[in-house]
Design a protein around this ligand. Structure first.
Ligand code: RP5
Length: 384
């Protein structure tokens, strides 16, 4: 009989699955009146609703603020699901989708491994390059029709002369390899235009042809990113060269030779351009993908793999720095926003990734804002 009373007092709309076993009793052990049971159930529902919704709201805030949104939101929904059927459905949905959402947000953060913009690809120039057709950022996406788009074509005579050496044949139909681009989830085929030319993943550049780049599609480079704390000031520095083509400061990287392992390219380029000998076999990849290089065109672009090593004071002082190859000079450049802004191509993005990796290093005395505001202090080794 008591069970019958309790069951009959359950509100019609309640979806609770466990309220039947949690009915209250009064001090004498007798079941309470219908009204008390009803009141108790309602109070419980209100408390669960308030706690669960608060946790969900905190989780939603964590989508943009630091925090594990994909754990906290389901936790809030799980609390709500103890009392509400609709929350159970949302919990199932959230478990499927929130992890993907968190991954997407991580990919588009300011320190994303993908360069955020293609300023140098659309505005940059290099020896022999004609003026690019101006392209607004909003018009860069290939999927957006741009009826007036008829950019000039330029391929350096050097590229034609080296067809079959380090350059592709002029005729794209003779290129038999797969035209790929690197993304955080691996190499994927690039889109082709109606004539079979690969389309730059960074979008329109205002220039057709290959410019100074030998390959149709991606031109693969490797970059050593070497950091240290200045032995005198303790400030964080990165090893850079002054490029002989543009005079811009850059990481001492270069092109991957046919069949060469990336670790070999990175060691070799570092040695050729700076005189420093460092092995990278055990080094994790800091970045791999498209570079916003001023030589990029609609159909030929730079991609790189960046390997980062942080040296101790002794290791860095043992390096016999000597600029060579296409480096005019080699520098330990202090990392700060002014210096970063002057770096070639996407190299500032790569240095920011390295700084993030070094956060928490016991010798890192500077805060991130300090790394963004100090003037250049560099030791310099000129070539000849
Ligand atoms: C950049 O161009 C790469 O990040 C790499 O540093 C460099 C390779 O080109 P070269 O220095 O060989 O001209 O896009």
């Amino acid at each position: 009989m008591e069970r019958g009373i309790a069951t009959s007092t359950k509100p019609e709309n309640s979806s609770a699955e466990n309220t039947e076993n949690t009915e209250p009793t009064d001090k004498t052990g007798q079941p309470p009146s219908h009204f008390v049971v009803w009141l108790w159930i309602q109070a419980r529902r209100i408390v669960i609703f308030v706690i669960g919704s608060t946790v969900v709201l905190i989780g939603i805030a964590m989508i943009v603020l630091p925090g594990p949104a994909f754990i906290v939101i389901p936790l809030g929904l799980a609390i709500l699901a103890t009392e509400f059927l609709w929350a159970k459905k949302w919990l199932a949905y959230a478990q499927d989708h929130l992890k993907n959402l968190a991954t997407q947000i991580a990919k588009t953060s300011t320190l994303s491994p993908q360069p955020p913009a293609a300023k140098q690809s659309r505005r940059g120039t290099a020896p022999g390059y004609p003026r690019r057709q101006p392209v607004e950022e909003a018009d860069a996406d290939w999927s957006r029709p741009l009826p007036g788009y008829a950019p000039p074509e330029f391929t350096s005579p050097k590229v034609f002369q080296n067809a079959g050496v380090w350059a592709d044949p002029a005729d794209i139909t003779q290129v038999t390899r797969k035209l790929l681009t690197r993304t955080p989830s691996g190499d994927i085929p690039v889109s082709l235009d109606p004539h079979g030319f690969p389309l730059n993943p960074l979008g329109r550049t205002g220039l057709r042809g290959r410019g100074l780049l030998g390959k149709w599609g991606r031109n693969q480079a490797g970059d050593p990113l070497v950091t240290r704390f200045d032995p005198v000031t303790g400030r964080l520095q990165v090893l850079v060269i002054e490029r002989s083509d543009s005079g811009r400061l850059a990481l001492p990287g270069g092109m991957v030779d046919e069949g060469e392992a990336i670790t070999t390219t990175v060691s070799r380029e570092l040695a050729e351009e700076t005189g420093a000998h460092i092995r990278f076999e055990e080094t994790q990849i800091l970045f791999a993908g498209v570079v916003d290089d001023p030589r990029n065109t609609d159909h030929a672009w730079m991609e790189t793999t960046v390997l980062h090593q942080h040296l101790t004071a002794d290791q860095s002082q043992a390096l016999a720095l000597q600029a060579g190859d296409d480096a005019k000079s080699v520098h330990w450049m202090e990392i700060n926003p002014t210096n970063l802004a002057a770096l070639y191509a996407s190299h500032a993005d790569f240095v920011r990734l390295a700084v993030r990796k070094l956060q928490g290093h016991p010798q890192l005395k500077q805060t991130i804002p300090e790394l963004i505001g100090v003037k250049l202090v560099s030791s310099r080794t000129e070539r000849d």
